[in-house]
Design a protein around this ligand. Sequence first.
Ligand SMILES: *Cc1c(COP(=O)(O)O)cnc(C)c1O
Length: 426
Amino acid sequence: MKKRIETRCVQGGYTPGNGEPRQIPIIQSTTFKYDTSEDMGKLFDLEASGYFYTRLQNPTNDAVARKICELEGGTAAMLTSSGQAANFYAVFNIANCGDHVVASSTIYGGTFNLFSVTMKKMGIDFTFVSPDCSEEELNAAFRPNTKALFGETIANPALTVLDIEKFAKAAHAHGVPLIVDNTFATPINCRPIEWGADIVTHSTTKYMDGHGAALGGCIVDSGKFDWNKYADKYPGLTTPDESYHGVTYTERFGLAGAFITKATSQLMRDFGSVQSPQNAFILNLGLESLHVRVKRHCENALAVAEYLSKSDKIAWVNYCGLPGDKYHALAEKYLPNGSCGVVSFGVKGGRKAAESFMKHLKIAAIETHVADAHSCCLHPASATHRQMNDEELVAAGVSPDLVRLSCGLENAEDLIEDIEQALNAI
Ligand SMILES: *Cc1c(COP(=O)(O)O)cnc(C)c1O
């Protein structure tokens, strides 16, 4: 029986047997017991499936990863300790020292840093392109050693909307997978795999948990990218892994399982960015109500965006749900049921006015966070993006006067009254 997305939110990933716990149990154990060394050996050789050490796999984490996999329509998934770890693993799983990756320039500041500073130190080169670039510009960014194309469905905090089909077409024309960070849209509003993306990542810290309680990340593989067709380009997946008993991931696990098995048995083994089973349990509680909450976040954000767009104290508003927005047409295509709860805008009077406005807000608190039940706001130029110079800020779609407001699950009229009094108090 094909279950709709709301049912998958509640019941996906875990089906208890007779007399078993209704809720996903927290398996709070680092290790698992076996009767013989032979049994254990088979697990190490990836010949039998089972658990031996929570850094590699844990039943609670696996159940929650399976749920997110079902929500995104993938074939395999893994949880990570954070969204940062998810994006790092997703790229590093296929790009090595000497390789090159093309990424949208408006991605999250933390990911931009990861790519342009830390992964660059590891010898991986990145070219950043505007998400709005023409097909010609996009194609021109590829090199013979390019291994992936990366973008965000709705960029944080620039709120640009990715033309996923355009990006997928360019990636596939160059024989590389498209990786899409779907954190802001969530699979409730967009499932990038349906539009051609090959790998989807999440910071589950945001709407998926949704209560500001647990840091986490997730990688979902569509199983659609044919690594064998480009075997020379992806030897890590298509030739024996001597660090893992000579297993060839594509041979042993097929296209459906190769990418995630490699990321688990190599990267999780060596870097250990594992999500705690406690956090996975909390994440699952968030997932159960994701479809209810995301809808409300979007309703509140649209009401706030409409109010702001009419206010004479506001210089500009970015929200792709607004008919006049630059990304409205793309949003109608990729996000027909709503986009996200985050609105960005400029307060007239620039940086100073923005800071004064934020100080006077009573409901929305100033936080380095977005996308949970409590409304919050941030001035990226002086917080998450403060390492960028003015040029990089412009390329990232973050102007110095930009205020990012994450609309929570409070009453929309209360949010608007709060904004109104804070604007009047500047
Ligand atoms: C927050 C965020 C990340 C990083 O996630 P963490 O869970 O904070 O490590 C990555 N991508 C996007 C789009 C984000 O919003």
